[in-house]
Design a protein around this ligand. Structure first.
Ligand code: KG4
Length: 339
């Protein structure tokens, strides 16, 4: 029997819907929200309003692009959390209404699991190589930095995580210090390509075990830049690429040191990255280097499936459908959901 899933993602500032049939993505429509740019970060109230505006057109496009009819959908999967409550409510309410109208089951999806399971997506034009269980996942986004042992599609264990800021937050907040717009991560990445990663030194955290910390780096970066501006008001403009390259080098080194340690401790040499920061070219290069020198097998998600998207929700929904893991109409979003 063929299984068709509609996946809905609305946890932060992207409204997305995707149609998946038997593990293959047929459409993945993403409406991003520009409205937050001028505020230097996502404004929750504005995000909810934009989701409300976008959700129906986005779902409509996803169904149309997949070339199916709404009544061919077997289940609707939605992000229940973690995320911004008002944003989650829009996707959850839509999914509940859609399931009710079509008389099909509802599947709740954990956004963090979905980022990891994006590695099992195939699309109409491509079949990708998928990791084998167990593998390690480095989940790095604007809200999370975690190292996870993935034992099965739906069995995951967090073995390390940030005790304060996430890696993406470190990128974005330091970008703000340099006067760059939100989200600063991709801009730092592109500026870093033209800078010297050893131009400046920033403090590395000393945290035991597999946990991360990024708030000290953010503060050290802020004080460093403030002090230099006192001596030279044009310091940022004159050193932007070097600042970006040195900061990125530091963040990537912090991330990689703990991943190397996790590989050593678990003996698992397959490493998959997930979350928005997985798009970072410095991190991808460092992983490729470890693959070449340390005999790791590294999995980097396709760009369309690494940022927030409905396809990762649909594939997670598919694995849950196979296990009959459905929820009732009384389900509600859960902003602080963990793996
Ligand atoms: O997973 P994601 O799309 O959203 C959530 O956090 O929910 O991740 C967004 C984060 C932002 O902090 C953004 O700056 C960061 O991912 N990011 C990057 C890059 N692309 C996105 N950080 C560094 N380098 C990139 N190329």
């Amino acid at each position: 029997m063929s299984i068709t899933i509609l996946g809905i993602e609305s946890s932060c500032d992207d409204t997305s819907a995707s149609i998946l049939r038997d593990g293959v993505i047929f459409s993945n429509i993403i409406a991003s929200q520009d409205v937050h740019m001028e505020y230097g970060g996502v404004v929750p109230e504005l995000a909810s309003r934009a989701h409300q505006k976008n959700i129906i057109p986005v779902v409509h496009q996803a169904i149309e692009k997949a070339g199916i009819q709404a009544n061919e959908i077997d289940a609707v999967a939605f992000t229940r959390g973690p995320g911004l409550l008002g944003s989650l409510m829009v996707g959850t309410s839509f999914a509940k209404g859609f399931a009710l109208s079509q008389n099909i089951p509802l599947i709740e999806v954990n956004h963090l699991q979905a980022h990891i399971l994006a590695h099992f997506i195939d699309d109409v034009n491509n079949k990708y190589e998928h990791p084998e269980f167990p593998f390690l996942a480095l989940l790095v986004s604007g809200g999370n930095s975690q190292i996870i042992v993935v034992k099965d599609y739906l069995t995951m264990e967090v073995i390390g995580e940030t005790i304060d800021d996430a890696a993406g937050e470190a990128f974005d907040k330091c970008a703000k210090v340099m006067g760059l717009p939100y989200p600063g991560g991709p801009i730092i990445d592109s500026n870093a390509k033209n800078g010297n990663p050893h131009a400046f030194e920033f403090n590395r955290p000393r945290i035991a075990g597999l946990n991360y910390s990024f708030s000290g780096l953010k503060t050290s970066f802020l004080y460093f830049v403030r002090d230099r501006i006192k001596e030279n008001p044009n310091f940022i403009q004159e050193n932007r690429n070097d600042l970006c390259a040195s900061l990125q080098y530091t963040i990537v080194e912090i991330l990689m040191n703990k991943v190397k340690r996790a590989v050593k401790e678990t003996g698992i040499k397959q490493v998959a990255i997930a979350g928005g920061v997985s798009a970072n070219s410095g991190l991808q290069d460092a992983l490729r280097e470890a693959e070449a020198n340390k005999n790791w097998k590294v999995f980097i998600p396709q760009l369309g499936y690494s940022l927030d998207n409905g396809a990762m929700v649909a594939i997670t929904g598919y694995f849950k459908f196979l296990k009959n893991e459905f929820v009732g109409q009384e389900t509600a979003p859960f902003a602080r959901m963990t793996i």
